[in-house]
Design a binder for this molecule. Sequence first.
Ligand SMILES: Nc1ncnc2c1ncn2[C@@H]1O[C@H](COP(=O)(O)OP(=O)(O)O)[C@@H](O)[C@H]1O
Ligand SMILES: [Mg+2]
Length: 205
Amino acid sequence: MLRGISHDLRTPLTRLKLRVERMEDRAGRQQALSDIDQLDRMIGSTLRYLRDGSSRIDWEICDMSSLLQSICDDFWDTGAQIFFEGPERLEVECSADEMMRAISNLCDNGLKFGSRVTVTLRQEGGFAIVEVADDGPGIPAEMRDKVMEPYTKLGPARSEKGGYGLGLAITAEIVAGHRGELSLRDNHPRGLRVRVALPLHHDRS
Ligand SMILES: Nc1ncnc2c1ncn2[C@@H]1O[C@H](COP(=O)(O)OP(=O)(O)O)[C@@H](O)[C@H]1O
Ligand SMILES: [Mg+2]
């Protein structure tokens, strides 16, 4: 079922791409094409996931600073209050597409449940620490394990905010696939702070 849907999504997406390629506004066209490319890669990795059982990671050396900065730029372009703080450069061995997807999910949540998001990056020993903090209502400590499960959405006040309750589950799976750790914490003075610790190097053993 899901496989069929993912597959069929490609047809209108290809059509959309052809339309966008004819757009006059050059900057807008580039942005739209890069969004379409990202969607296409997400469909590709979903199909691969459904076929192989778990996503196969295409390991590459990626500059986490520019990856996070570009996620923030994309949200910023849609009018969001989102800020990146971190070093000029920090190389991490990971799948850039998957990490993009994982961190974008966290930013999406932060902006959906809060109004302002800060993404920070730092190195701690052999790990890159990425934190996504917001000023929303946060998640009560006793609910934190629960929200990581697929299709979990909290409370009536929040449930009207779209979504299928899959974002955190997908993010957790991507982080686990990278042998990283994901944890939900309180942000101060308010909100949620999601911490992702990623090994800088992929252990091939
Ligand atoms: N930053 C956040 N602040 C408050 N609640 C959150 C936040 N992120 C996630 N949640 C809660 O966890 C639930 C699951 O999140 P997620 O898996 O991303 O699903 P979705 O965004 O589709 O609802 C959300 O519905 C929400 O109740
Ligand atoms: Mg979400």
